[in-house]
Design a protein around this ligand. Structure first.
Ligand code: FAD
Ligand code: DLZ
Length: 503
């Protein structure tokens, strides 16, 4: 029996290696346990189920034997373990073959499968990544700091991507300094392609509407692609229309423009509808053929070859306890407006509202708006982690948790980030047009009309002085804080406390 999980929808997935059409049965199962271990956004559940069904149909058309269990099958046991057990009662198998899952909780469950099923269970390493577990461990061994930049250089050398012989193309590894332009509202925005739901996807939408109405987010309009062909269209669209400007506007935010020049492919990539190496190679070809500049292509390849592989490495290296990290001792509950999007802060409202409607926010919104606010406000990092895991269509713990716990909340004490990604309203004002229409004044530093990011920023530094003031990258900010009068520091603490009581 070959088990394929909902985020492993690739014909080249390890569990399907050497699959025998005559003897083997491929099992895909929609199960309540996977749909509810966190209250996923409705669009994410619909996307995963519809993509699973489309993949099963493709496998059948290719002559494979597929056992597909729908969520509303009356005999559905509700769990992957239960569905394998049920298949073993119905048919004769002598081995279960699976690909390692992307979350510790499922790894722990799979460890009990051999005993439960009374037969060999082979769990194969997931070969969709460019860095193996062994290669990451070997890179990390003996290092006191695990900086992404050095990992990324190793990956460039190992894969030959954007390399001229042994040198990085263009003579530099990183063109990030050129990638910080604010966007102007009159720029042409190449929106991602939208796909009309086919008949089977419509059935899934009805199922999700019936069963998961209490989950977060808007189910419709549902425009995600659900097949490899759809994902390919989305990738081609990005490479031709958006990649050339990806670098310039990578950090920008604009009111009413949820996607800007981002690729919007993470949901496809993370379930196996696209392949990481192929994407990087094709992005490189856009540069080699003169269709996209190096700052854009290098910046894009760094996200996939660098950040994506690196956070995965950290997730598996640090183990399940990483999720409990709370280096700054943050304990405040996640404010309700993270779910309702009802807030007077324009930047937060824009990011939260589109999270609700699209199950998508781009990186700077996640890091410098919603993540930044949670960090400054001292929200319990585990609650922040659970929120990010629930609300995005691309969210799987192996990629979400290091980004949230490490990069965004600094809860791992600086393993991932050399300093907290904390910023006042000035940063958001520089990189976006949100502040213009905001109920708060980004230029004001104190009082009820001041941008909350302003006083929360200083309050965050003051609260965490013992843990952060030795960090050379933020020491200058502590010198500024120290030059403030006692009255000013009291005013900051008062404004922060007042706002956080009823944010
Ligand atoms: P683009 O901006 O076009 O980037 C291209 C690709 O690079 C992405 O599709 C993605 O595969 C990869 N990538 C970019 N940045 C990262 C990163 N930091 N880590 C890993 N891969 C990256 N990404 C997820 O795929 N799933 C998550 O659950 C997730 N949670 C996040 C939580 C927080 C708090 C933060 C700060 C970031 C998170 N990211 C996550 C990373 C990043 O925000 C998304 O990958 C990106 O916004 C997806 O949009 P896109 O496809 O348009 O990406
Ligand atoms: C995300 C998800 C959902 C919503 N449903 C299923 C499912 O019913 N069956 C399945 O095999 N996989 C599903 N998935 C993806 C899994 O949750 C994912 O494989 C694990 O979280 C490991 O990454």
């Amino acid at each position: 029996m070959r088990l394929v999980l909902g985020d492993q929808l690739s014909p080249r997935i390890a569990a399907l290696r050497y699959v025998d059409k005559a003897q083997d049965v491929i099992l895909l199962a929609e199960v309540d346990a996977e749909a509810t271990y966190i209250r996923h956004h409705k669009k994410k559940i619909a996307f995963v189920f519809a993509a699973m069904r489309a993949f099963a149909a493709r496998l059948r058309a290719d002559g494979f034997q597929v056992r597909y269990v729908k969520l509303d099958d009356p005999l559905n046991s509700g769990s992957l373990r239960g569905e394998i057990s049920r298949a073993l009662l119905d048919e004769t198998f002598d081995e279960v073959i699976a690909t390692e899952p992307g979350e510790h909780r499922l790894v722990a469950d799979m460890e009990g499968w051999e005993a439960a099923f009374g037969m060999p269970v082979e769990i194969r390493e997931d070969s969709r990544f460019l860095c193996t577990h062994a290669a990451f461990r070997s890179w990390a061994q003996g290092r006191t700091q695990l900086r992404m930049e050095f990992f990324y250089r190793k990956m460039r050398e190992a894969t030959g991507l954007l390399m001229d012989d042994r040198e990085p193309v263009g003579g530099r590894w990183n063109f990030d300094a050129e990638n910080r332009k604010p966007a102007k509202p009159d720029l042409f925005m190449p929106r991602p392609p939208r796909f009309d739901p086919d008949a089977e996807t419509k059935v899934v939408l009805q199922l999700v509407s019936d069963r998961f109405s209490h989950h977060f987010g808007d189910l419709e309009p549902f425009w995600f692609g659900v097949t490899h062909e759809h994902a390919e269209v989305a990738l081609q669209h990005f490479l031709r229309e958006a990649l050339p400007s990806f670098g310039d506007y990578q950090d920008a935010m604009l009111e009413g423009e949820p996607f800007l020049y981002h690729s919007v492919i993470s949901m496809y990539l993370n379930v196996g509808l696209l392949d990481a190496r192929d994407i990087c190679q094709r992005a490189e070809q856009e540069y080699r053929h003169g269709r996209a500049p190096l700052n854009a292509v290098e910046g894009f390849v760094r996200q996939i070859l660098g950040w994506r592989e690196y956070v995965r490495g950290i997730y598996w290296l640090r183990g399940p306890d990483y999720l409990k990290s709370n280096a700054l001792g943050a304990t405040r509950d996640l404010p309700w407006f993270y779910w309702s999007a009802e807030t007077n802060m324009s930047c937060m409202r824009a990011a939260l509202q589109q999270t609700k409607t699209e199950a998508y926010a781009h990186h700077i919104q996640r890091l410098m708006v919603t993540g930044n606010f949670a960090l400054l406000a001292g929200i319990d990092p585990h609650q922040v982690h659970e929120w990010y895991l629930a609300v995005y269509a691309d969210a799987y713990e192996w990629v979400e948790a290091p980004n949230t716990i490490g990069m965004s909340q600094f809860a791992d004490g600086g393993l991932l980030a050399s300093k907290p990604y904390a910023a006042s309203g000035a940063y958001i004002n520089r990189m976006s047009d949100h502040c213009k229409g905001c109920a708060f004044d980004v230029k004001a530093k104190a009082g009820p009309t001041a941008c909350p990011f302003n006083y929360l920023y200083w309050d965050f530094l003051a609260r965490n002085r013992a843990k952060l003031s030795d960090n050379p990258r933020i020491a200058p900010m502590y010198r500024t804080l120290d030059r403030m009068s006692d009255e000013r520091r009291e005013e900051i603490a008062h404004d922060a406390a007042t706002f956080l009581e009823t944010p």
